[in-house]
Design a protein around this ligand. Structure first.
Ligand code: PMP
Ligand code: GLN
Length: 380
């Protein structure tokens, strides 16, 4: 693990605290999630649900996870055996990779990738095979299908797909997902999907959210991962889950039991309450976040940035070239001093730093007045 220093999120949040800058770096909301969920957590704490929960998670949360996936995506999972609760999506991704990969196995992923992927692949002794997402003339990030095809080979064990995608805000299209599915079937590869932003696909995106597991031939080879952090604005709770065929879920659980054993006893019943909230909660979440996206995208464009408008997540990336920047890391290190705003250089999420050299990510999961202040500082 020596090559893995402090995460960029920790570095940039510490910089924000030190300089008093507006923190649009690390992605976490500055308002709380649904009151019904918070009340259920308080009640669970008071009523003594404070000891180890069952290994796979409490039955009511596993049932709620299964019902939620059936309600929104038409996916059927048996809460007994096909769903496991984890310490956030982070643990689910790590346990999935550790469970499925032998040393030397290859993991196809898309760069820029969420930082924990590289670390989890390294912990498993596996090798990452990144395929680069590049902004096209239409402002959307895409990969070269030939490059994806070339990344698959005899040692490919699994493909890791994050859609909606952090940090680019890309929503993988049905055609892109179909190609991934075709290659998985051709090569006998598993898929691990990170869908933590499943409810943050904007209404004006070219396509809605499509779980890879919903494609023909994919359910039995896919571990589908999500978490409460983004959907219910509780990133500090670290309650996530994985769903898939029983064989893959039990393999993941075998690893999870020795990473954390179990987690978040009093928070699990509260997340079960949140997952059962009416559809309006989920549509309001999207509409509210879309308004913030439009506010920040507009503000960044006014300030002179070349903005790549996201179709999902709560992140937007910009190219700093138009503002005279040539390196995102330098740009982000000096931004707090220059104007009191923190952003994250996405260069650190690429194996090929050149591909992301000039790209910087801003988070817009903040109150409108906070976004307005950041925009005004940037414009000045
Ligand atoms: N995957 C992606 C793509 C993320 O952006 C994040 C960040 N929160 C996570 C996983 C981690 O989720 P959790 O906090 O549930 O572990
Ligand atoms: N997922 C959040 C982000 O991308 C941060 C998570 C973390 O700090 N590890 O900003």
């Amino acid at each position: 693990m020596r090559p893995f220093g402090t995460t960029i999120f920790a570095e940039m949040s510490a910089l924000a605290v030190r300089t008093g800058a507006v923190n649009l770096g690390q992605g976490f909301p500055d308002t709380d999630g649904p009151p019904e969920m918070l009340a259920a957590a308080a009640e669970a704490l008071r009523s003594g649900r404070n000891q180890y929960p069952p290994g796979p998670g409490i039955p009511e949360l596993r049932a709620a996870v299964a019902a939620h996936q059936q309600r929104f995506w038409g996916l059927e999972y048996d809460p007994d055996g096909e769903v496991v609760v984890t310490a956030g999506a982070t643990e689910a991704v790590a346990a999935a990779i550790l469970a499925l990969c032998e040393p030397g196995d290859e993991v196809v992923c898309f760069e820029p990738y969420y930082d924990s992927y590289a670390a989890s692949i390294a912990l498993a002794g596996a090798v990452r095979r990144p395929v680069t997402l590049r902004p096209g003339p239409d402002g959307r990030y895409a990969f070269d299908p030939a490059a994806l095809r070339a990344a698959f080979g005899p040692r490919t064990r699994l493909v890791l797909v994050n859609s909606p995608h952090n940090p680019t805000g890309k929503v993988f299209t049905p055609a892109e997902l179909s190609l991934i599915a075709e290659l998985c079937q051709e090569h006998g590869t598993y898929a691990v999907t990170d869908e933590v932003y499943e409810h943050l696909v904007f209404a004006d995106a070219a396509s809605g959210h499509v779980p890879l597991a919903a494609l023909p031939g994919m359910r039995h080879r896919t571990l589908r991962i999500s978490s409460a952090g983004k959907t219910f604005s509780c990133t500090g709770w670290k309650v996530g889950w994985a769903s898939g065929p029983a064989a893959l879920v039990s393999a993941l659980l075998r690893v999870k039991q020795f990473l954390t054993f179990v987690n978040a006893a009093p928070l699990q019943p509260a997340v079960a309450v949140a997952l059962a909230l009416p559809d309006a909660y989920f549509t309001d979440l999207e509409a509210g976040m879309r308004a913030r996206r439009d506010q920040l995208v507009g503000g960044l464009a006014d300030a002179g940035f070349d903005v790549l408008t996201p179709e999902g997540t709560y992140f937007v990336t910009v190219d700093v070239t138009a503002l005279g920047g040539s390196d995102g890391v330098e740009f982000c290190r000096s931004l707090p001093e220059r104007c009191g705003v923190v952003a994250v250089p996405t260069q650190v999420f690429y194996d090929d730093p050149e591909a992301g050299r000039r790209l910087v990510r801003f988070a817009f999961c903040k109150r409108p007045e906070v976004l307005a202040e950041a925009v005004s500082r940037l414009r000045n």
